[in-house]
Design a protein around this ligand. Structure first.
Ligand code: C5P
Length: 225
């Protein structure tokens, strides 16, 4: 099968507290988004990578990777789902699309390969996730615990999430309550589709808070050594 990639990178990432969007912060030798793009750009089985950037993005065009022949850049939208949809629409005909957050720079090619192997073996999509380890509590709005949630079969959703290109466009476009779509799997679920989890690496973190930058730096330096 033919694989392509969509990278939503149109967020502001204000929870990190920097004055530029988090994907353009430098960790070790390059920006977060360049770390993120590397394993996809270099992957022999990936045909095309579409990145969606914000309308007033002043950074992407200056990156070395911006002129790579595998890359297409499109304008993102207000919410993550809008950015994903605009990138999906720019994709050429493909069997599978892997959607991966720009803010997850520690993605390893071994996890990308696991998803592709699943597609080859089963002719179906899947997403990466890792098992919940902590005891989980549900509270009310006053932080009073209402319930200890059984953590068996509970997962942290990661990206990439891999689906058939057309199935994903149809699922996202067909959902009425777009705010319920927090990842691609949720769109497929809401459309009545079945999504399989592939156990992925828990170091595939999303840079959200400033302390995540240190963790990302630590992991990236380990991977490169
Ligand atoms: O903010 P959060 O970390 O959840 O964003 C996840 C990914 O979605 C990031 O890579 C971010 O750049 C992207 N995003 C986007 N368009 C938006 C909001 C977020 O492409 N409107």
């Amino acid at each position: 099968p033919c694989f392509s990639v969509v990278i939503p990178a149109a967020g502001i990432g204000k929870r990190v507290g920097a004055d530029i969007p988090k994907q353009y912060l430098t960790v070790l030798d390059s920006t977060i988004i360049e770390h993120t793009l590397k394993p996809f750009i270099e992957h022999a089985d990936i045909q095309r990578v579409v990145v969606s950037v914000s309308e007033d993005d002043q950074w992407f065009a200056h990156l070395k990777v911006a002129t790579h022949p595998k890359l297409t850049v499109v304008k993102g939208g207000k919410e993550r789902v809008d950015s994903v949809l605009s990138a999906l629409k720019a994709l050429p005909e493909t069997d599978y699309v892997l959607v991966h957050d720009a803010a997850r720079p520690c993605i390893q090619s071994s996890d990308i390969d696991k998803l592709m192997a699943h597609a080859r073996e089963t002719n179906s999509g899947a997403m990466l996730a890792y098992r919940v380890r902590d005891t989980m509590k549900r509270s009310d709005q006053f932080n009073h615990i209402k319930k200890t949630v059984d953590r068996e079969n509970l997962w942290h959703a990661l990206t990439p999430q891999m689906f058939n290109n057309k199935q994903l466009i149809d699922a996202i476009s067909g959902v009425q309550q777009q705010h319920l779509i927090t990842d691609e799997a949720s769109a497929i679920e809401l459309a009545g589709g079945q999504v399989t989890i592939i156990e992925g690496r828990s170091d595939n973190l999303k840079v959200t808070q400033s302390e995540d930058l240190l963790l990302a730096e630590f992991y990236l330096s380990k991977f490169n050594s």
